[in-house]
Design a protein around this ligand. Structure first.
Ligand code: PHE
Length: 359
């Protein structure tokens, strides 16, 4: 039986040493295949006596089972290893940025609108829109600026050609406030909307362009008061500028469509020729607001004894310039690619309160 022990050890060693599935298969064929070592020994037992054959047959079967079991074990181990190597080799890093990186940039105006929309959406506002070409009623009359009201003069209005036709009495909207009128005429309170969009005034210098953007806000309900106005704007400004203790100052002012009216300043520091926002003792005006004038509510079909609310209007370029340190308003609309590459934002990095306003 010594020869059998040697054979057994040899076969088991070959199985153990098989480095891959191919050499394992070769070892299997060499032991158990039709021309394998064990098979050959089984076949050669014919010459033995019955007794000897029984004994040797049993011994060969044991070795056969042992070898078969070793092969199965080794096969599992090698298969697992092969799978692991393959997974390692074919690994895909799904966190890689898309390549090549998109060459386009998001314009700061679009970015700012996305940011402020995210903040106001979180406070329960929805977005309303109106046309750039407005009629006289929505832009002026309904907002408590009758035909000969001096406030109309402040607005540097672009009038559409006066000689009859479909555009008679139309203007390029001088502010987003006509969207207030459209919203109130269309639906009953509670109303809680913002309306970002283009506005137009005939003016051009460092801080004025004939087309610019505003965002309007309007909240109407039965018990809305100036405390709500204040809380809403304080929360917005702090979230937008990312300064938790940014102070706001509400200064009495005048707009024909709000009463009382206020202008809002935020805290800043101008010393050293540089502008820094925060609690530093100096002030910078950023928006106009007030409680919607009862006459405006009535003009828009709402009962001013039942409803009240607040409105605000803010220049989008202005708050973009302040947040992103853009010095000249006119550059926003020059379509200069170098400017856009510098001040623009990477696409797909959509602002959200959860993920951060700016990537
Ligand atoms: N429409 C005003 C403007 O363009 C801003 C404003 C809006 C003021 C709403 C008060 C309320 O200057």
């Amino acid at each position: 039986m010594e020869d059998l022990d040697t054979l057994r050890n040899d076969l088991l060693a070959r199985v153990r040493d098989a480095a891959d599935l191919d050499s394992l298969e070769a070892a299997r064929v060499g032991a158990l295949g039709r021309k394998g070592a064990i098979t050959a020994l089984m076949k050669s037992m014919g010459e033995l006596s019955v007794e000897a054959r029984k004994e040797r047959g049993a011994a060969l079967n044991r070795i056969k089972d042992e070898v078969a079991e070793a092969i199965a074990e080794r096969q599992t181990a090698l298969s697992e290893q092969a799978l692991r190597t393959r997974l390692e080799r074919e690994r895909i890093d799904v966190s890689l940025p898309p390549r090549p990186e998109p060459a386009g940039r998001i314009h700061p105006i679009t970015q700012t609108i996305d940011e402020l929309t995210a903040i106001f959406a979180d406070m329960g506002f929805s977005v309303a829109e109106g046309p750039d070409i407005e009629d006289d009623f929505n832009n002026f009359t309904a907002l408590n600026m009758p035909e000969d009201h001096p406030a109309r003069q402040m607005q540097d209005t672009f009038y559409m050609p006066p000689s009859g036709g479909a555009n008679a009495g139309r203007v390029l909207r001088t502010h987003t406030s006509p969207v207030q009128v459209r919203t109130m005429l269309k639906g009953k309170p509670p109303i809680r909307i913002i309306a970002p969009g283009r506005t137009y005034r005939s003016d051009y210098d460092m801080t004025h362009t004939p087309m610019f953007h505003q965002v309007e806000g309007l909240v109407i309900d039965t018990n809305t008061h100036m405390g709500h106005l204040k809380g809403c704007l304080v929360e917005f400004c702090r979230a937008y500028f990312g300064i938790d203790d940014l102070p706001l100052r509400f200064r009495p002012s005048f707009f024909p469509f709000t009463e009382p009216s206020a202008e809002v300043d935020i805290g800043c520091d101008r010393s050293g020729g540089e502008l820094k926002l925060g609690n530093h003792g100096d002030w910078l005006e950023i928006l106009g607001c007030g409680m919607v004038h009862p006459q405006v509510l009535e003009n828009c079909g709402l009962d001013s004894t039942q409803y009240q609310g607040f409105a605000f209007g803010m220049g989008i370029e202005r708050i973009a310039m302040l947040k992103y340190g853009i010095p000249d308003l006119r550059t926003f609309f020059e379509a200069d690619l170098r400017w856009l590459r510098h001040y623009g934002f990477v696409p797909l990095a959509t602002p959200s309160l959860a993920a951060g306003l700016t990537a």
